[in-house]
Design a protein around this ligand. Structure first.
Ligand code: ADP
Ligand code: MG
Length: 687
C-alpha cells in the first residue's frame, strides 16, 4: 500500500465518516497533516491506575473502574445523573460520578462498562464524589489497544468529535501517511518533524520523556512560525518609509540643565539608543520597558523634544484622561520656559497656549501634543507627525499599531509598557519591536515597606494615617473591586469616601472613580496633586501612571482580589519621593491563592519577578489574545517553560528573513504561503 500525502483532505479519506467532517473543520482540522499536528492536551498513564483515594484530592486523578449502576434524578427543570464506579478488587470505597444538567450522559454508560475517569475527587457526607469527570468507556482493553494499557493521549476534542475517535484517527493517520513529506517551518529542524517516530512519540509515547522530547520538536516549529510573522512585521515597518530626525540637542540641553535631579545611567543609556534610532533614516519602532517609577516619562520627553528640534510634531497618547492631563501639566512646566508649544487633545478637552488648537491644526508647526489613545483615530491636524509615544498600554493592540504604518509622515513610534513583561512575552507580544530597558530606578527614593494586614489592625492603621497626614503626607485608598457593575463600583466607592471622611476628619478626603466626567476627575486630581486633599479614595482608575511624589501611603482594601501586576502598579504610585513609603494590603481570611500573592508582594518589589509569578498564576491568556495580536496560536508551547526555544526561534527567523527578505529562495515557498495565510486569518479575526 502506498503512503498518503499529508495534504490529503479529510473528506477524501475513506475511514473518516463524512458526517464527522464538519465537526473536524470546526476544530481547525482540514488535512491529515492537521491531524498529525493536533497535539495531545495531556497524557493519561493507563498502564497502571492509582487506587481510588479515600478522600478529597487536591489535583485531578485518573482512575479506572467498572460501572455498577446509574441513576437519573429530576427535580423541576433540573437533573442530576449519578453513576457508581467500583474498583476491580471491590475492596476500596466506591466512587460516585455526578453530572448536573447532562441527562444524555446516561445513554453513554451501562452497568458493567469499564470506565476511565479523570477529575478531582471530594468527600461529601462520607461519600467519595467526582463531579463532571472526563470519562471514556474502554472497549478494546488489553495489549495492542490504542486506548488502553499505555500512556494514552487525550486530544482537544469538540462537539461531534470525541477524544476517543480523534485518537483512533490520529493513530491510523500515522500508519498511512508519508511523514517524510510533512512540511516543517523551521528549515534547520525540518528533518525531525519529517520522521514518523517523532510524531509517534508525540501522540503515543513509550514513556513521558520521549513524549516531552517530541513536544519540544513541535514547539520549536510553532514558535518559529510566530517569530517569522513578527520578523516580517518588523521588516514591513522598516520598509514603510521613514525620515531622519536627528535634532540638534539645543532644546534638550536647556531642559536637562533645569531638572532638579540627575538622570540615571540607565535613563542616559536608553535615551542614547532612542536618539540614534530616530536619527537613522529608517523608521523607529521601539518598546521602552522599565519598572514603575523608573522614569520612563522623561525618556519619552527626550525623544519628543528631539522630534521638535528636527522640525516635527510629537504626540504622546495616554490610556486615561487623568494621565493625559498629568503629562500635559508636567510637560508645560518643563517646556513653556523653552518656548515649545504643548497642546492637550482629548475627547473632552482641547487646550493649548497662545497658538490655539485651530492655528495648530492648520499648520504643521513643531509642537508636543498630549492626548488619549482616541487621538490616533481622529488624527486631524497632524500633518507632520514625527513621533508617536504610546504610554502605559498592553491593550493597545498590535493591529492598532499597524494602522500607524500607513501614515505618509511615517512617524517613529515608542511604546511604553505599564508593567514589566517577562522576556518571552515581550518577545512574542512585541517581538516586532526593538527593545530598550531601563534597569535601575533613581536613587534617593524612600524605601517602600509592604505589609499585609486585616481588620483587627483597623485602629492602628487609622492612627498611622492620621500621623502621616499631620506630617503633611498623603495617601491613596483603593476600594475593593466590585465586579458586577460599574454602577455598584461607584456606589461602593462613594460610601467608602464618606466613611473615611469621618474617620480621618478634619483631614480632607477626595473621591475619584470612572463615572466622573473628565472635568470633575481633573479637579479632584489637581486638588490631590497640590496637597489640598490628604487622602484620595478611588477605584482602580489610578492604577497606571499617576505621579504624586508627596503621597507615601497606598492602602488597598480587599487586596487579595486584585491581580499581582495590578497590585504592583498600585504600589508604584508611592515611593516616588524621598520619604519612606508604605503599602498596606488589607485582607481578611485570604484564600491560599490570595495569600500567595500578598506574601510575594511583601517579599519583593522587583517588577520582573512579580510579572513572572503573575504569568504562572494566570497564564498568558490576558496578554496574548490571538485576535488582538494576530499571531498564530502557541500550540503545545509554554512561554515560561519553553522560553529558550522562543529566543532560538527569534534569532533564526530574523536571520532567515534578513538573508531572504522576499522568501524567494527555493524551499521557502511554503513559508511565504504560511505568512500569507496568517495575514488573512489575522485580518478576518480583527474584523
Ligand atoms: P514611570 O517609569 O513609572 O512612568 P515616571 O516617569 O512617572 O515613572 O517617573 C517617576 C518620578 O520620578 C517622577 O516624579 C519623575 O519626575 C521622577 N524622576 C524621573 N527621573 C528621575 C531621576 N533621574 N532622578 C530622580 N527622579 C526622577
Ligand atoms: Mg509612567
Amino acid at each position: 500500500m502506498s503512503l498518503l500525502d499529508p495534504l490529503t483532505r479529510l473528506q477524501e479519506v475513506d475511514w473518516i465518516p463524512s458526517h464527522r467532517i464538519a465537526a473536524l473543520h470546526r476544530l481547525g482540522l482540514e488535512t491529515l497533516a492537521d491531524l498529525i499536528r493536533h497535539h495531545p492536551r495531556r497524557y493519561e498513564d493507563r498502564r497502571t491506575f492509582e487506587r481510588f483515594p479515600s478522600g478529597s484530592t487536591a489535583s485531578a486523578v485518573c482512575l479506572c473502574g467498572t460501572v455498577q449502576s446509574t441513576r437519573l434524578q429530576r427535580f423541576g427543570g433540573r437533573s442530576m445523573l449519578e453513576a457508581v464506579l467500583i474498583e476491580d478488587s471491590v475492596l476500596g470505597t466506591p466512587l460516585t460520578l455526578r453530572w448536573y444538567q447532562m441527562p444524555w450522559v446516561q445513554k453513554l454508560l451501562s452497568s458493567g462498562d469499564r470506565l476511565v475517569v479523570f477529575g478531582k475527587t471530594k468527600e461529601k457526607n462520607r461519600r467519595l464524589l467526582m463531579e463532571h469527570p472526563e470519562f471514556e468507556v474502554i472497549e478494546d482493553e488489553g495489549a495492542g489497544s490504542i486506548h488502553f494499557d499505555r500512556i494514552t493521549p487525550v486530544h482537544p476534542a469538540g462537539d461531534g468529535v470525541p477524544a476517543r475517535l480523534l485518537r483512533e484517527w490520529i493513530h491510523r493517520t500515522l500508519e498511512t501517511v508519508d511523514c517524510a513529506r510533512l512540511r516543517a517551518l523551521w528549515p534547520a529542524h525540518a528533518t525531525e518533524l519529517q520522521s514518523e517516530s517523532v510524531w509517534k512519540s508525540l501522540h503515543f509515547p513509550k514513556d513521558f520523556e520521549s513524549g516531552e522530547l517530541a513536544r519540544r520538536h513541535l514547539v520549536r516549529d510553532v514558535f518559529f512560525g510566530i517569530q517569522l510573522v513578527l520578523a516580517e512585521r518588523r521588516m514591513e515597518f522598516r520598509r514603510s518609509g521613514g525620515f531622519s530626525r536627528p535634532g540638534n540637542g539645543s532644546i534638550w540641553a536647556r531642559l536637562e540643565a533645569a531638572l532638579p535631579f540627575r538622570l540615571t545611567a540607565s535613563q542616559r543609556e536608553v535615551m542614547a539608543e532612542i536618539s540614534a534610532d530616530m536619527a537613522g533614516p529608517h523608521r523607529m519602532n521601539r518598546l521602552l520597558q522599565g519598572d514603575v517609577g523608573s522614569g520612563k516619562t522623561l525618556v519619552a520627553l527626550r525623544a519628543m523634544v528631539q522630534a521638535v528640534e528636527s522640525g516635527w510634531q510629537a504626540a504622546l497618547m495616554a490610556p486615561t484622561q487623568i494621565l493625559a492631563e498629568q503629562h500635559y501639566l508636567n510637560f508645560r512646566r518643563l517646556l513653556d520656559p523653552l518656548g515649545v508649544p504643548v497642546l492637550l487633545r482629548t475627547s473632552h478637552r482641547r487646550e493649548g497656549p497662545e497658538s490655539g488648537p485651530d492655528l495648530f491644526q492648520a499648520s504643521s508647526m513643531p509642537a508636543v501634543v498630549v492626548g488619549t489613545h482616541a487621538l490616533l483615530f481622529e488624527s486631524t491636524g497632524f500633518e507632520r507627525l514625527g513621533l508617536v509615544v504610546i504610554d502605559e498600554q498592553h491593550k493597545f493592540g498590535v493591529l492598532q499599531r499597524t494602522r500607524l504604518i500607513e501614515r505618509a509622515d511615517a512617524p517613529d513610534t515608542l511604546v511604553m509598557t505599564a508593567t514589566p513583561i517577562p522576556r518571552t512575552i515581550s518577545q512574542t507580544l512585541y517581538g516586532d519591536l526593538d527593545v530598550s530597558i531601563i534597569r535601575e530606578r533613581p536613587s534617593g527614593r524612600g524605601r517602600i515597606v509592604t505589609a499585609r494586614r486585616d481588620s483587627s489592625h483597623h485602629n492602628a492603621i487609622l492612627d498611622f494615617l492620621r500621623g502621616e497626614f499631620a506630617a503633611g503626607r498623603q495617601a491613596y485608598i483603593v476600594c475593593p473591586l466590585v465586579e458586577e457593575s460599574e454602577k455598584l463600583d461607584v456606589k461602593a466607592a462613594t460610601a467608602e469616601a464618606v466613611k473615611w471622611r469621618e474617620l480621618v476628619a478634619p483631614h480632607a478626603v477626595g473621591l475619584v472613580h470612572g463615572k466622573l466626567d473628565a472635568a470633575q476627575k481633573e479637579a479632584v486630581m489637581r486638588d490631590f496633586r497640590e496637597g489640598r486633599l490628604a487622602a484620595l479614595v478611588s477605584t482602580t482608575v489610578i492604577e497606571v501612571g499617576v505621579d504624586v511624589p508627596n503621597a507615601n501611603v497606598m492602602l488597598i482594601e480587599e487586596a487579595g482580589r486584585f491581580g499581582l501586576s495590578q497590585l504592583h502598579q498600585l504600589r508604584g504610585r508611592v515611593g516616588r519621593g524621598a520619604a519612606k513609603s508604605w503599602c498596606i494590603l488589607l485582607q481578611d481570611d485570604p484564600s491560599p491563592e490570595a495569600l500567595e500573592k500578598l506574601s510575594l508582594m511583601e517579599r519583593t518589589n522587583d517588577g520582573f519577578e512579580i510579572a513572572e509569578a503573575d504569568l504562572c498564576l494566570r497564564g498568558p491568556g490576558d496578554l496574548l489574545g490571538t485576535a488582538q495580536t494576530g499571531l498564530p496560536a502557541l500550540g503545545p508551547g509554554d512561554l515560561l517553560r519553553d522560553a529558550e526555544l522562543m529566543l532560538e526561534a527569534r534569532r533564526a527567523a530574523l536571520d532567515l528573513l534578513e538573508a531572504d527578505p522576499g522568501l524567494e529562495a527555493p524551499g521557502h515557498e511554503h513559508l511565504k504561503d504560511f505568512l500569507a495565510k496568517n495575514r488573512s486569518r489575522a485580518a478576518a479575526a480583527a474584523g
